[in-house]
Design a protein around this ligand. Structure first.
Ligand SMILES: Cc1cc2nc3c(=O)[nH]c(=O)nc-3n(C[C@H](O)[C@H](O)[C@H](O)COP(=O)(O)OP(=O)(O)OC[C@H]3O[C@@H](n4cnc5c(N)ncnc54)[C@H](O)[C@@H]3O)c2cc1C
Length: 390
């Protein structure tokens, strides 16, 4: 076991840290202003410009295999990069990437969906959740009924990230009601559906800035060749997408928590009350120590999920275990930073923005209560044994 970064990992960390510090954090004020005025935080042309800057530094398609022109970073390097990106709320993502499950496309689908997505010519979104099927993924109502060489999709999805901008969606629908009702996972299929095929999106007003939207399918006809993976085999694709996103959420939350705690420490050394910096008050120090220790513990859990992803591929159980403390510590730290900033409770400062973002971490990619249930079920059913990993 090695608890220190290699020279290569340190170099990547330092490069991204500089990029975040020099290119992204200075944009925070502008992002805040844009969002407050109802525009995207980063205008598309600015995002592209930043992506090309990062590309010149070798950061393009960071999770994209080299055969598709990406950097193909291993999970540990990916975690190092994403943790650094988590230190700003500027909505930046490296170019040249595609959703993990798009790699299950066949040769023809790769040309129409995977490659254009990697090249930035098409934008995708993933839709599993519905108004009545959130934590309970055994309650999907959207149906797909076979009609000749087509499937007819009917239903609604909700809280879909990038759903307003997407050119196509990877959407999960019930294709065999009987099998689905019996097992809760068989009988659902994942379809690749272009916006031109007829689905529409409508904005859900949210407290955060991610702007997830609802997708409405009214008897949308989808050709047979647009099935992703196997007919009736979509549930596992959905879980694979969600588990990866869950791990990413835990990684970014740790990066954000570290950044926010550092902000609190810096501010507490400047601000004075009772003739001394508030950093000198014992209660403040205790709070800082508690959070620093909790972040460290959550980080170990996240690194175990990263290591498991790298060595074993399937890290669903440990990704749930990592997301719980990661999301919790992220949202607790932001609450305390707001406390430390005291009456500087203003929309001019990024705390309000961080606060709303951090609160979501405990909900999306599976709410906390959902993670508890998953972890407990895996243990009771002995799919995972206590002490199995280290
Ligand atoms: C910003 C954002 C972006 C999202 N992006 C996407 C996306 O791109 N694609 C997609 O498919 N989905 C997306 N989602 C959906 C997200 O994954 C769901 O919101 C999440 O899984 C929780 O489902 P729900 O909101 O329906 O909550 P519900 O299932 O209605 O649960 C409500 C609350 O009840 C509690 N609860 C639920 N079940 C249990 C239980 N068994 N025991 C005890 N308590 C329980 C929890 O506190 C939970 O928060 C997004 C959500 C948000 C907020």
């Amino acid at each position: 076991m090695e608890f220190r970064l290699t020279e290569e990992q340190k170099m990547v960390q330092e490069t991204i840290r500089q990029f975040v510090k020099e290119e992204l954090i200075p944009l925070e004020d502008e992002v805040l202003k844009n969002e407050q005025e109802g525009r995207p935080g980063l205008p598309p042309e600015k995002l592209k410009e930043l992506q090309f800057k990062a590309k010149e530094m070798g950061f393009w398609g960071i999770d994209t295999p080299e055969e598709y022109g990406g950097a193909g970073l291993d999970p540990m390097l990916l975690a190092i990069v994403l943790m650094e990106l988590g230190k700003t709320f500027v909505p930046f993502a490296f170019g040249g990437s595609a959703d993990n499950i798009l790699y299950y496309t066949n040769e023809e689908q790769k040309k129409r969906y995977l490659i254009p997505t990697i090249n930035g010519e098409k934008t995708s979104c993933f839709a599993m959740i519905e108004p009545n099927s959130g934590s309970n993924k055994q309650n999907i109502q959207m149906t797909a009924v076979k009609d000749g060489n087509e499937w007819v999709l009917h239903g609604e999805k909700t809280w879909i990230t990038d759903g307003h901008e997407a050119d196509f969606v990877m959407v999960i629908a019930v294709t065999d009601k009987e099998a689905y009702e019996k097992t809760g996972r068989d009988g659902v299929t994942c379809f690749l559906v272009d916006r031109e095929m007829g689905w529409t999106s409508k904005v859900d007003p949210t407290t955060g800035e991610g702007n997830p939207v609802s997708l409405v399918f009214q008897h949308v006809r989808v050709p047979e060749e647009n099935i992703l993976g196997d007919v009736h085999g979509g549930y596992n694709l959905g879980l694979e997408w969600v588990s990866f996103a869950r791990w990413v959420a835990s990684v970014r939350a740790i990066g954000a928590a570290e950044h926010l705690l550092q902000m609190a420490i810096d501010y507490s050394k400047e601000r004075e009350t009772f003739s001394q910096p508030i950093a000198e008050h014992q209660a403040m120090q205790q709070m800082m120590e508690n959070y620093a220790s909790d972040i460290e513990a959550a980080k170990r859990s996240m690194l175990n999920a990263t290591f498991t992803l790298d060595k074993e591929g399937d890290n669903k159980h440990v990704a749930s275990m990592a997301k719980l403390p990661g999301a919790a510590i992220g949202s607790h730290v932001v609450d305390s930073v707001l406390q430390i900033y005291g009456d500087i409770y203003t929309k001019e400062l990024p705390m309000d923005r961080w606060y709303r973002e951090a609160r979501l971490w405990r909900i999306y990619e599976g709410a906390d209560e959902n993670q508890h249930t998953i972890i407990a079920r895996n243990l009771v059913e002995e799919q995972v044994k206590i002490g199995q990993y280290v």
